[in-house]
Write a protein that binds this ligand. Sequence first.
Ligand code: ITT
Length: 204
Amino acid sequence: MRRKILFATGNEGKMREIRMIMEDMDVELLSMKEAGISPDIEEDGTTFEENALIKARAVADCTCGEEIVLADDSGLEIDYLNGEPGIYSARYMGEDTSYRIKNAELLRRLQGVPKEERGARFVCAVAAVAPLAGGGRKELVVRGVIEGYIGWEEKGNNGFGYDPIFYVDEYGCSTAELDGEVKNQISHRGNALRLMKERLASLL
Ligand code: ITT
């Protein structure tokens, strides 16, 4: 029987990318929605890693304990804003505020700032809670990063969230202008999940 992996995210943009990055794995990948789980999780950690583990543990506690649970905590760090919005990326200006408004506000806060001070990165921590054959469970956490900068205007319709204002030098465009496959090859999420796949190999 194929091993089940439950991904503890309610973010559909993330889930689309996760499915593409994990499509080469011989596992049954389920979103929380597909598993019928929607726990209320308080992400009160102080790092991406802590929050990823909080989500993975909370969802693992809702299951019968047979599947591997993965969770992604990610965000955008802007150097000029001392790392803001960072772990508060989803909550920045309010969880329900549109990314049109959030992105416009970040561009406004960087008005007049030269390219060399517009450095930024997307960070992604992926945590796993996996049952062990002899009982108990193993926890793993990895981090992936993509370096870039904040552009001067929103561009592109791919991706989600802050992608339209996050630009990469290698392609000279925003990550919202990249084809999904290309973004995954270089992204924080792609890097973190590829590392996690290697670490999980011995547990599958
Ligand atoms: P879950 O906790 O249910 O997974 P969430 O959206 O609340 O969903 P996070 O707390 O990890 O997830 O917040 C991540 C936020 O960081 C996300 O909502 C985006 O605003 C931003 N973000 C992360 N990865 C991104 C990416 O690849 N492109 C654009 N924005 C991204």
